[in-house]
Design a protein around this ligand. Structure first.
Ligand SMILES: [Zn+2]
Length: 82
């Protein structure tokens, strides 16, 4: 289910999300087609994992490398309401 034109509120701060991208940038080259590294990172930082994951999935991030591919480059577009 893609709902790209729905602007879901970002469940964590923009800064926290950028920190996630930075982390994945170093880690996701060994992506196993799950959100394992993303969820581990979120847990370690004490973020609401379920909410962030459903937000990422709503924007096409279904695994660690897709989070990078589909969200990182379109970040400004996705968050244009800020
Ligand atoms: Zn992947």
């Amino acid at each position: 289910m893609h709902s790209e034109h729905e602007k879901q509120p970002l469940p964590i701060s923009k800064k926290a999300l950028i920190t996630l991208f930075d982390y994945l940038d170093g880690e996701a080259n060994s992506c196993d087609c799950t959100l394992t590294k993303t969820t581990q990172f979120l847990q370690a930082k004490g973020h609401p994992v379920g909410q962030v994951v459903s937000w990422l999935e709503a924007h096409g991030g279904y695994c660690d490398c897709e989070v990078m591919l589909n969200l990182m480059c379109r970040f400004d577009d996705i968050l244009d309401r800020d």
